[in-house]
Design a protein around this ligand. Structure first.
Ligand code: NAD
Length: 235
């Protein structure tokens, strides 16, 4: 599980450990506070070599990995608009898509070698499906995760590996602190949904657990949209 130190990743990790009694291996750039995640690794995903070594060391220690939930991501505001910033673009891609490619490639290879099943769940965003202002790197990186997930589901499906996306709408997490704090921005986002509100982090846990379980055994290459109806709403 990546991104366990904050927001949706924290909620999912805790729920898997406390409610499902799962053995969850947590990866994040930040140290995890507030809850004792026993198996946690502090690694910055922009450091490719360190990330690669961490995944290999996890495989060496645990041998069988049943699933991976790639939740870590960044969104970096383009506050010098109309200027676009290539450094921010590169960093966004490094965290949001390069890391997923690396983690999933290593885990898939290991699963096939050992004749094991593997379940991949990648977090995208409604920004993978719609344009959002001054956020081109984020939207493009999430669109790339959508396609990467489909490609992995196709390449590895015959080996019993499934790959799907969770597509969140707006949830109250540190990533969205600024738009939540502004009452105007908060209301604007609520009104874009059919349910008329933001999501709570606990509301992402059920869909992730469903995809991780055998209840979803015939689902692969798909999106599970968890957005209060944002993408379905016209007027
Ligand atoms: N919160 C929302 O409304 C929302 C909406 C759409 C999509 N999402 C997606 O859901 C996922 C979780 O979002 P969140 O709101 O919980 O965000 P968050 O900012 O609260 O948490 C992101 C986590 O990723 C980790 N991370 C960032 N850069 C890293 C790096 N270089 N190396 C390792 N870890 C790093 C952070 O330390 C943090 O713990 C993300 O993929 C995000 O794009 C969230």
């Amino acid at each position: 599980m990546t991104g366990s130190a904050s927001g949706l990743g924290y909620a999912v990790s805790k729920s898997l450990i406390v409610e499902e009694k799962s053995n969850v291996i947590c990866l994040d750039k930040k140290k995890i506070k507030n809850f004792n995640f026993k198996n946690s690794h502090t690694v910055d995903f922009t450091n490719n070599l360190k990330l690669k070594n961490t995944i290999h060391s996890i495989i060496k220690k645990y041998k069988i990995i049943h699933g991976v939930v790639n939740c870590a991501a960044v969104t970096i505001p383009e506050n010098r608009f109309p200027k676009k910033d290539f450094k921010k673009w590169k960093k966004t891609f490094s965290v949001n898509i390069d890391s997923i490619f690396m983690i999933c490639s290593i885990l898939c290879e290991n699963a096939i070698k050992n004749n094991q099943k593997l379940n991949i769940i990648n977090f995208t965003s409604i920004g993978a499906h719609q344009g959002f202002p001054k956020n081109s790197a984020y939207c493009a990186s999430k669109g790339a995760v959508t396609q990467l997930t489909k490609s992995f589901s196709l390449d590895y499906g015959k080996f019993g590996i499934r790959a799907n996306c969770i597509v969140p709408g707006y949830f109250k997490t540190p990533m969205n602190k600024k738009s939540w704090t502004s009452l105007n921005e908060r209301k604007k986002r609520s009104s874009k949904t059919i349910l008329g509100r933001w999501g709570l982090p606990k509301e992402i846990c059920g869909p992730v657990k469903f995809l991780l379980s055998e209840e979803s055994s015939y689902i692969t290459g798909s999106d599970i949209i968890v957005d209060g109806g944002w993408l379905s709403k016209g007027f």
